[in-house]
Design a protein. Structure first.
Length: 475
């Protein structure tokens, strides 16, 4: 599934309905704590990057066939909310700095359904949906999520479903599950086959378990040592983007987003074959290509980034809605590397060496080290080929969405899907940053292509990257 901003999604004219959750049950005090990353999201940062929590949402868009049955959609959405407890719970930061939680039981949420009984043009749809998502998904309010449905007749009758939730409720893997789960429940509500969804554990329970485990972590823990060494090697400046982005200003800098399919499905298989013949996995191969781009463009043979790592380490959390993400610093040197296999091996060793870091919430590491962890260059990789309904994503125009952002940082997402590999990125929308990030992405794309044999039966070693690719070339 491609991760893009709402403005890049193909929107048809049509009639909008806003589905605004409202509590119909009784709120009960809930002693379970917020997860570390949720608490960090609620608390303001020294640099003010969290503002009031607005524009920190993730979402999904997808189409369902035929005219929308409003009653069936309401039943499906209510069932989905009952399935995922975080959608019925609210953690609030009080004036005393303490976090309290209140939770509704199953069946405790319904919808205020706001129908616009006239057709909006495309620009108005985009403006309205964007406004709703930006204004109504703050982590400091409940609900921090909503649906919007768009009924359209051009080119054929159908409906687009838009969903957004604050990041505290949802992560990248959660997002790609939304289309399957809601479509299955809607089909069931329309008297179709039962949804048969795999039971989902509650992220609130995960947060409580995480807190209990993190309480035993001290300065001697391997994860703490990984971060300490990362700070020492980087002189306290974690994972800056390797090319010049221009000065970091005090004003909010709007970000630009780009997205591109860099390998089709067959090329991705061949890339994976090369990686496996080198004894490594797909992620190591991707990191190797990023490192090559870094070296060719900067002359620096050391590649450094921070990568998100999922924390769904028990099958109980496999289909849960929540923010199951840890962070790990990655650093490796490709000086003297003789071929792609050598570079991929170094990348894999770096991943293995820091894997333990993601097992401890980075906010807990911050507490122990007394140092904020603020990565400025992040590379994320997800393999979503086996997510239910993944094969149908192009057919139903399913996309993962993210809010606009205003920082000086660079984020790169690499996603392997049944249809190939997509790379998307977000970076400061300034001339210098745009030029240099696009240069870096173009060089990474070329490195990926160089690894892939031109035909399936070609010897992958013929496409391996030679030692001369790592020569110091400057910018």
């Amino acid at each position: 599934m491609e991760f893009t901003e709402l403005a890049d999604y193909a929107i048809s004219p049509g009639m909008l309905t806003e589905w605004l959750p409202e509590a119909t049950g009784t709120w009960a005090q809930d002693e379970r704590p917020a997860s570390y990353i949720h608490e960090a999201h609620l608390r303001p940062t020294a640099d003010g990057t969290h503002d009031d929590g607005r524009e920190s949402w993730l979402g999904a868009a997808f189409r369902i066939a035929g005219p929308l049955d409003h009653d069936a959609f309401r039943r499906a959405a209510r069932t989905w909310i009952d399935r995922h407890e975080p959608l019925r719970s609210h953690a609030e930061l009080g004036a005393d700095g303490r976090i309290s939680r209140h939770t509704l039981g199953p069946g405790g949420v319904d919808f205020d359904e706001v129908r616009h009984e006239y057709e909006f043009d495309t620009a108005t749809v985009l403006e309205r949906v964007h406004h709703l998502f930006d204004e109504l998904t703050s982590p400091h309010r409940w609900p921090a999520y909503l649906f919007v449905t768009l009924e359209h007749s051009d080119p054929e009758a159908g409906c687009t479903v838009f969903f957004a939730a604050d990041h505290s409720l949802i992560d990248g893997l959660s997002v790609v599950l939304v289309a399957h789960e809601l479509t299955s429940l809607y089909t069931e509500a329309m008297a179709g086959p039962p949804a048969l969804l795999v039971p989902a554990g509650s992220y609130i329970d995960f947060g409580a378990d995480e807190r209990a485990a993190a309480a035993t972590v001290d300065r001697r823990h391997p994860a703490v040592e990984v971060w300490r060494q990362a700070f020492l090697r980087s002189k306290g400046r974690l994972s800056e983007f390797p090319l010049d982005l221009g000065p970091r200003t005090v004003e909010r800098v709007p970000q630009r987003a780009v997205s591109e399919w860099v390998l089709d499905a067959a090329q991705a298989v061949r890339f994976n074959t090369v990686c496996h013949r080198a004894g490594q996995n797909f992620l190591a191969g991707v990191l190797a290509c990023l490192a090559e781009a870094n070296t060719e463009l900067t002359g620096n043979t050391v590649f450094r980034t921070v990568t998100p790592v999922h924390t769904r380490n028990d099958p109980h959390w496999a289909t849960s809605l929540g923010w199951f993400v840890g962070l790990a610093p990655i650093e490796f040197d490709i000086a003297g590397a003789v071929d792609f296999a050598d570079v991929a091996t170094r990348a894999a060793e770096a991943v293995a060496a820091t894997k333990s870091a993601a097992k401890v919430p980075f906010a807990r590491v911050e507490e122990i080290l007394g140092t904020p962890i603020r990565p400025r260059f992040v590379v994320s990789f997800m393999d979503v080929r086996f997510v239910p309904m993944a094969q149908q994503w192009p057919e139903i125009e399913a996309r993962a969405l993210r809010s606009r952002h205003y920082t000086h940082d660079v984020y790169i997402w690499v996603n392997r899907t049944p249809h190939g590999v997509n790379i998307s990125a977000r970076f400061p929308e300034t001339p210098l940053a745009t030029e240099n990030v696009l240069r870096f992405l173009a060089r990474t794309r070329r490195a990926l292509a160089d690894v892939v044999p031109s035909t399936p039966d070609e010897d992958p070693q013929a496409s391996a990257v030679g030692a001369d690719a790592y020569a110091t070339t400057g910018q």
